[in-house]
Write a protein that binds this ligand. Sequence first.
Ligand SMILES: NC(=O)c1ccc[n+]([C@@H]2O[C@H](COP(=O)([O-])OP(=O)(O)OC[C@H]3O[C@@H](n4cnc5c(N)ncnc54)[C@H](OP(=O)(O)O)[C@@H]3O)[C@@H](O)[C@H]2O)c1
Length: 332
Amino acid sequence: MRFRKLGSSDLEVSEIALGSWLTYAGGIEADQTRACTDAAFEAGINFFDTANIYGRGAAEAAWGEILSARPRDSYILATKVWGQMSDDPDDRGLSAAQIGKQIDASLTRLQTDHVDLYQAHRFDPKVPIEETIEALQKVVADGKARYLGFSEWTVEQIEAALEIAGPDLFVSSQPQYSMLWQAPEVEVFPLSAANGISQIVWSPLAEGVLTGKYKPGEAPPADSRAANESMNKFIDGKMSEATLEAVQCLVPIAAGEGLSLPELALAWVLRRSEVAAAIVGASRPEQVHANVKASGVELSADLLAAIDEALGDAPVKEPQLAPLAEAGVLHR
Ligand SMILES: NC(=O)c1ccc[n+]([C@@H]2O[C@H](COP(=O)([O-])OP(=O)(O)OC[C@H]3O[C@@H](n4cnc5c(N)ncnc54)[C@H](OP(=O)(O)O)[C@@H]3O)[C@@H](O)[C@H]2O)c1
């Protein structure tokens, strides 16, 4: 496993990180959660990403139980705040009161006195940005988080925050980024790089679509996310026939390099120096072991061109006008 520096922090994160959305929020059983987490440590992963909203605390609680048995300095722990945490529609967002309440609740569930990275899961346009920044800085000043990050903020939102607090405010940006979702390369990557902010990217396998296991015209494998009704709400939108056909065109390209498709897809996101880690999900420990093989794989310019050609029009390459925050996607 190789490690990369997280933005301007002193954290060295594994290139492959383990995430807990959907899976350890309840989509898979507790024994598999433990097996995947143990596999991550065996494979050299030191970076774990969760959020208060994943299973409304369930993912943090599951990891709190597992991780608290290990030395606190053996893992780098990231969580997030923003999503609606109860049936009360006001129990959400980035007000000072909400951030103060949610960091304490997260730490209790995670069974630790600090997280290494505390991320604003989305932007909260209802709260003055100064209030949000001050509240996040207080979390750090109180020793409850070491560093701050954001997820899926627009360049305007990032610029506004940096103008108020300077480039040291954030060390990470967490965008969706994969061969099929390339949009952040255009604006978020360069703005972040200029301010010492790394990318830690989510759904680098497009929820499993980029593993090639979903075949055009065929039902999804029974043991996959797409076939699991508690987990397939978002992957459905990534599985048009055209996309699945484009992904199948990558199979011989990967094989020609002696790589599996997940290895090719993860090496593809890691080819960018702006990316500190690919945050991968796993429902089985074998997947963790398979995916870490991507660390250290170099892709040649010819290979990258062949991938571009094979994918054709399938990838989203332009920044999106209506980012997920405005689309009201609450539980990601
Ligand atoms: N900031 C945000 O807004 C945001 C949003 C979403 C996610 N995230 C973070 O990103 C993490 C990863 O997201 P994700 O789970 O969608 O990522 P992903 O890595 O693109 O997809 C993971 C899923 O793909 C399948 N898979 C993984 N490795 C495989 C392999 N080698 N062979 C076959 N199938 C494989 C597994 O599902 P099955 O086995 O069930 O098919 C696994 O759960 C999340 O856990 C979360 O921490 C953040």
